[in-house]
Design a protein around this ligand. Structure first.
Ligand code: PGA
Length: 249
């Protein structure tokens, strides 16, 4: 059985004050039966992981560099995330792909570095609206998976997040059938490459405008093992509602 997972991506939001939301969340959900992860800005990672000591919630990064150390001003390595208390790192988020021109081979190199540093790599894939309208969704996702996921990935080292670009931060979500179609295709693609046993162990998260009001129905979809949550992860009540929906699913 795959353990369900609710991952919050705070993006470029939050200063020390935001840690109060985490205290509220921990008080309301002291023992979730799913894995809960919060990925704050890098500046908060260490403070957050200190705050989470003794709790069931884990902290993660939002990106890392592929190199271990070196002359890369402004970048953070996987080992640095680990040192700051991270257990996971989000890689290849569509905002990284578009804002920073990250291609699949870059994401793959980062995922290799992350796994090498003992972090779980949460690799994001997703089509644009134009690609969906052109009927290219499954081809785009397949190419992203092939290009972004390193050889040797396992259910312990890899989580895949399907995030349609047009659903991120827009309040729009695909139909449940559309989510099922992509998640089933991702599972099949992983099975073809890594074998059924490994593919069955990899958690597949849906991301894009998940909120308490739509979480229950999304978590009922085939091959959806949880969510990667942006906006709704910033407020303890909203993220807590999503965790509760996942626990009940
Ligand atoms: P959203 O973002 O939940 O605000 O749509 C999801 C994400 O980008 O991970």
């Amino acid at each position: 059985m795959r353990r369900k997972m609710a991952a919050g991506n705070w993006k470029m939001n939050g200063t020390a004050e935001a840690l109060g939301e985490v205290d509220t969340l921990l008080a309301a959900h002291p023992a979730p039966s799913c894995d809960v992860l919060i990925c704050p800005p890098a500046t908060l990672l260490h403070r957050l992981s200190d705050r989470l000591q003794g709790s069931a919630v884990r902290a993660g990064g939002q990106d890392c560099h592929a190199a271990e150390t070196g002359a890369h001003t402004g970048d953070v390595s996987a080992a640095m995330l680990k040192d700051a208390g991270a257990t996971h790192v989000i890689l290849g988020h569509s905002e990284r792909r578009s804002d920073h021109g990250e291609a699949d081979d870059t994401v793959r190199a980062k995922a290799e570095a992350a796994i090498g540093a003992d972090l779980v790599a949460i690799v994001c894939v997703g089509e644009t609206e134009a690609q969906r309208d052109a009927g290219e969704t499954l081809g785009v996702i397949s190419a992203q998976l092939k290009g972004s996921i390193p050889d040797g990935a396992t259910g312990e080292t890899l989580v895949v997040a399907y995030e349609p670009v047009w659903a991120i931060g827009t309040g729009r979500t695909p139909t449940l059938d559309q989510i099922a179609e992509v998640h089933d295709a991702i599972r099949a693609e992983l099975s073809e490459r890594f074998g059924a046993e490994t593919a069955d162990a990899v958690r597949l998260l849906y991301g894009g405008s998940v909120k308490p009001a739509n979480a229950e129905e999304i978590f009922g979809v085939s091959n959806v093992d949880g969510a990667l949550v942006g906006g709704a992860s910033l407020k303890a009540d909203d993220f807590g509602g999503i965790i509760a929906a996942l626990d009940a699913s």
